[in-house]
Design a protein around this ligand. Structure first.
Ligand SMILES: Nc1ncnc2c1ncn2[C@@H]1O[C@H](COP(=O)(O)OP(=O)(O)OP(=O)(O)O)[C@@H](O)[C@H]1O
Length: 259
């Protein structure tokens, strides 16, 4: 049974089919790349899977406790609660809060101390706060951001902000992590470092990762399976070698208006 099953998924914006009849499965433990030229429908696809958009047609199902459960029409917060976390193409941090506070806020949304304990400042409250802080620092350490934990997010370099976004998503303890162009704006060294980090957290946290990325070195290095969209349609799927040799994919990139 797949972890996620996407069937005939379609999203129309007026007369434009941004995603068109896409069917695919994502298996537990996959590290999946979603590629395609600009405007192919990749971000729209993510938005459909994470509840930001309601599909015009088709279904998105997630395996929960051994059964496939329909996600269509569920609020993004409910979907997030079922184990889907994501980052966005545009960085969405709290610019004036510290690095640590940015992570703690994400954690509080998921598992923070109850209002009752917080208001009464109970011992339980302080213990839970200390536990969350320790966990946040552990995650920040993996991404080499622990030394910057008291720095305001807006003062971080661009690549560091992107890494902090991933830490915030990981803090939700997701089953599936969706990364929308995690290496965008990074230099080649930062991209190489991030590539290894993504592979490492996928293994260490037993995660399923789905990423949109234009940087082919990242995709081909670590993705075991690649899905290719063009004009909203799924035109190919397979391993990195297969995809690189696929004539339809080559034509989409060379003949289209993509990168
Ligand atoms: N909210 C919207 N309303 C209308 N059209 C939209 C909307 N969102 C996306 N589109 C259109 O849908 C198509 C797919 O866009 P999408 O952003 O999903 O592509 P993408 O593959 O993520 O592109 P990129 O690689 O440039 O980020 C594009 O033609 C885009 O202009």
């Amino acid at each position: 049974m797949p972890l996620m099953k996407i069937t005939d998924l379609t999203k129309n914006f007026g007369g434009l089919a941004a995603v068109s009849n896409v069917s695919l499965d994502i298996d537990q433990g996959d590290l999946v790349g979603l590629i395609g030229p600009n405007g192919a429908g990749k971000t729209t696809f993510f938005n459909l899977l994470t509840g930001v958009y309601v599909p015009s047609q088709g279904t998105v199902e997630l395996q929960v406790d051994g059964k496939m459960q329909k996600l269509n029409g569920k609020h993004p917060d409910v979907i997030s609660g079922l184990g889907l976390a994501r980052t966005f193409q545009n960085i969405r941090l709290f610019a004036d809060l510290t690095v640590l506070e940015n992570v703690l806020i994400a954690m509080h949304r998921e598992q923070g101390p109850s209002l009752f304990h917080a208001l009464l400042r109970t011992q339980n409250h302080y213990q839970q706060e200390a536990k969350l802080k320790a966990e946040a620092l552990d995650l920040l350490r993996i991404f080499n951001l622990d030394q910057l934990c008291q720095e305001k997010a807006k003062n971080l370099a661009y690549g560091q902000q992107r890494r902090l976004e991933i830490v915030r998503a990981l803090a939700l303890h997701p089953k599936i992590l969706f990364l929308d162009e995690p290496a965008a704006g990074m230099n080649p060294n930062e991209t190489a470092e991030l590539t290894q980090l993504i592979a490492q957290i996928q293994a260490d946290f037993d995660l399923t990762v789905v990423l949109i990325e234009h940087d082919m070195s990242l995709v081909m290095d670590i993705c075991q399976k690649i899905f290719v969209l063009e004009y909203g349609r799924l035109i190919a799927q397979g391993g990195p070698k297969e995809i690189q040799a696929n004539p339809q994919v080559i034509r989409a990139y060379l003949g289209g208006d993509g990168d």
